[in-house]
Design a protein around this ligand. Sequence first.
Ligand code: SF4
Ligand code: SF4
Length: 215
Amino acid sequence: MGMARVVGEEKVKLRKSFVKPWMGIKYLFKKPVTIKIPYEKMEPAPKYRGFHTLDWKKCVGCNFCGQICPARAIEMTWIEVDGKLEKRPHPKVDYGRCTFCQFCVDVCPTGALGFSESYILTTGGLDEELELYNWVPINPKKVQELNERFGDYRFPVERIEKKPDGTYIYHLRDGSKVEFKIVGYGLRPPKKPQPKPADKPAEGKDTSKSETKEE
Ligand code: SF4
Ligand code: SF4
């Protein structure tokens, strides 16, 4: 069998044409095939693999999703809701890495992780807006409700507010909020913070000075 021969670029002779360069003019009179995101939308195919959803109650923190993810886009995250630590960690998805393959959804044994058809995520490039790219997905019912209400396939969260103590507030598009605190990452529960030595009053230290100053 003969080997396929690759012809060097310099040997490819291009036929000169007077007409060809002018053929592009016809596109000036055609409707553009591109759409103006986020002002226009394109109907996704049924079961389009868009943004994730997560039922926090169903998630058992097994990390199967994190293990199968080919892009390493999932980080197991410990969160506190209403001051109470969730019993298991939940996945946080980084859309800077995610390829929307949805292997994580297929492998989830409890059906906690799902996906919505929403796919439009645009920002003005501000730091706080870029937080949107890295989130703990929210309840599928809420995402579906927002999809039905707005029908434009945009990300369900408008803004993520982050406080210095680790509190995250997801401002949803309908004005409601999802609030929780991130207290650690990984599979093991976070250790309770130990009081710093500086916080403890030193033995034999005279604290009356500062009290006197304040008076
Ligand atoms: S989302 Fe599913 S696969 Fe991932 S940790 Fe929770 S239960 Fe496990
Ligand atoms: S959709 Fe694929 S790439 Fe994205 S988080 Fe899931 S497994 Fe990873």
